[in-house]
Write a protein that binds this ligand. Sequence first.
Ligand code: FES
Length: 323
Amino acid sequence: MIQHRIECVDIGSEYCPCHLAETNDCLICSHLQGKEFCDCNWRGVCVYQEYVWNGNKSKNLRSETVCKIEEKIEYKSNLTILKIKTSRTLSRQLKEPGAYVFLRDVKLPHYYDVPMSVMDADDMNGYIYIAYQTIGAKTKMLKKLNNEVLVRGPFWNGLIGIKYIKSTRNKNCLILARGIAQAPTLAVIRKLDRNGCNLKVILDKGKIGEIFLSKYLKDLEIDYTEIDLMKNEGKLLINNILAKETYELVYIGGSDLLQKHILSLLEKNNCNSNLVITNNEKFCCGEGICGSCTTFTENGELIKTCKSQMDVKKTVERRNMLG
Ligand code: FES
């Protein structure tokens, strides 16, 4: 069977090599997997060399910072938007599509850490904006906070297919997002818009019952269509759009079910676009250690999805296989 190369989202960053290098579990470097030979496809600074120069140890872990909640907007539908004061450096690091942080009450133990996509980041003034839906124990505890919150980050693997967002310029792109997955979508729209792309944006309120991106899109002067993507009307609209136009990139922000549903429409329309999806795996540590996000390739190879960039189609197919 073909061995698929995995890309580590942290490679070359100030957090690389990470502590996985110390246990011979680096995702990329064969030396730091305990092998005798060099066999990576990374073209940046050598991870092994960085490890040796750093005194044969990993670089620092992400820091935890107590940050002030500057503003909290609560909507009827379990949706909350937080404006959090951070350092300008952290907000700059969190401007990228796929960026996320862990949040929790400073008084609670670390297992209350909840991963949250960064909807928007203002690096001039040092703010991040987080939109979240209250569902379980972690988000219910988060909702009680009004003054300060513990922020751990930056992390970047909130999307799969990030390289296509960075490399797509002056092309037609189709952006689909439903419910709370509108939050990571704003950074995608901003980046592609800056790259001169022509965007067709379709948004669905989903269970959240709000198109909370509307004011941001108005500021960006980007139009959007609102429709229920899980109903027949949504399916018809997507079919019509795909029949009329070719898209270099298609982004799907939403549940596994929505992604599967849209992917089958793309296949039906023989659409060969580059795909980007939200990473819907469950993250606990974000550092490749705890194993909560682990899944397997068809070869039985273990993947830590909090750090790995994978093939989008295979990711969705594998989820379907696992049920
Ligand atoms: S979230 Fe802990 S290993 Fe990925």
